[in-house]
Design a protein around this ligand. Structure first.
Ligand code: MLT
Length: 325
């Protein structure tokens, strides 16, 4: 593009100012809204990538934990932020898209109000018990839960969070009545599981991994088709007696809809560079998570996933009559 090719003054101004914005961006710290408490998987993934973005783009990426209402407080705040690239959003896709179905007052559209940048990590959920829970495996756990309806409590990051929805599905599929205890993030919930005041969680590997080697918590099954290489002794749910119970969390980064295209492109390029960084890859993989594979590692891949998860979970919430309590 040069001046001769620019016939319409307004168009010229916007093209050249967009290019200038992208060239300079970011000229000040960027706020990263995370809708759960510090120490949980969304927060940890946001910090790992935030450090990479800060190093690459030369400005701090400052995490703001806006917890509440299973993550919808953060989604609402992000949807209303100025679309200038100085506020971006990192969320778990499931609670982000489930929010409006569970909280009718949550005024945001998970698709239209956001601009996909990229998926940070996929992490399978584990069924994980407090260390002295009286069941050695999933079959014994289900038998015990059937004999003790309403007596087993599980922690989550709040009504509508992925850790809540995963245990709702577990209850439905295993035919057991387990009791929900909402927290502001899975970080604080895990502390209570370690302390033994909670019985169990349907937690992401990224959250509980650090507590497994010391025996502080006991994962009894991974809710996906394959075992995870870092925990080879933990069976899949199919192997452990509950085939079909598969739940994977996806943590993703979005800009706010309306952010200038050149700024979005710079964020997308930085995300692509992050995927290639061996140190970042190792940090994510050491936390029982995977980076997105081909087709998932683009904004279009994230856009398609966000849309299909919204349809799938809204339907599950309606069918299961799940309520935000
Ligand atoms: C969830 O949806 O359960 C979250 O990922 C929890 C968290 O990040 O703390």
């Amino acid at each position: 593009m040069n001046f001769k090719a620019c016939f319409a003054a307004a168009l010229c101004a916007s093209v050249f100012s967009g290019a200038a914005i992208a060239q300079d961006y970011p000229t000040k710290p960027v706020t990263v809204i995370v809708p759960f408490a510090a120490g949980g998987p969304t927060d940890v993934a946001a910090r790992i990538y935030g450090e990479f973005f800060a190093r690459t783009l030369g400005q701090n990426f400052v995490i703001e934990n806006a917890a509440g209402a299973g993550g919808t407080t953060g989604s609402v705040r992000a949807a209303r932020a100025a679309p200038d690239g100085y506020t971006i959003f990192v969320h778990n896709v499931a609670p982000h898209v489930a929010g409006p179905a569970l909280y009718p007052s949550a005024q945001y559209d998970p698709v239209k109000n956001f601009e996909p940048i990229g998926t940070l990590a996929f992490a399978a959920h584990y069924i994980v018990l407090r260390k002295d829970f009286p069941a050695k495996d999933l079959r014994e756990f289900i038998a015990y839960a059937k004999q003790n309806p309403g007596k087993i409590n599980y922690g989550s990051a709040g009504a509508g969070s992925a850790t809540h929805l995963a245990c709702v599905l577990l209850g439905q599929q295993a035919g057991v009545d387990i009791v929900h205890v909402p927290y502001r993030g899975t970080g604080p919930a895990l502390n209570d599981l370690v302390a033994g005041t909670l019985d169990m969680m349907c937690d992401q590997g990224l959250n509980m991994m650090g507590q497994v080697p010391s025996g502080n918590v006991r994962p009894i099954a991974i809710a996906q088709k394959t075992r995870f290489k870092a925990l080879p002794d933990v069976p899949t749910t199919a192997e452990a007696g509950l085939p079909g119970f598969e739940v994977q969390a996806a943590t993703a980064m979005y800009a706010i809809a309306g952010t200038p295209a050149p700024v979005v492109a710079k964020l997308v390029a930085t995300m692509a560079a992050a995927y290639k960084d061996p140190a970042l890859r190792k940090r994510v993989e050491d936390l029982a998570s995977e980076l997105p594979g081909p087709g998932q590692d683009t904004p279009a891949g994230l856009a398609a996933f966000t849309k299909s998860e919204m349809e799938r979970l809204s339907e599950a919430i309606r069918k299961g009559n799940v309520k935000a309590q």
